[in-house]
Design a binder for this molecule. Structure first.
Ligand SMILES: [Zn+2]
Length: 70
């Protein structure tokens, strides 16, 4: 994975919310080694939703029949 800002290498990292918005919430994310940009899973998901909603629909729709059957 590469950084969208500087094309640098991004490494997987646990990102913890230390500002107390929610009690010690840690999420998997990526940090750029060059510019320090942080991307967490929620941001990635939001980007996918806005830029490729049709693609996301194709990815999620195969799961729906199983949910209905259960
Ligand atoms: Zn970067």
């Amino acid at each position: 994975m590469t950084c969208e800002r500087c094309n640098g290498l991004m490494v997987r990292e646990q990102i913890c919310d230390l500002q107390g918005r929610s009690n010690s919430l840690c999420v998997d994310g990526y940090r750029c080694l060059l510019c320090g940009d942080l991307v967490d899973a929620l941001i990635l998901e939001n980007r996918r939703r806005t830029t490729a909603s049709a693609e996301l629909f194709l990815l999620t729709s195969p799961r729906m029949p199983r949910l209905v059957a259960a």
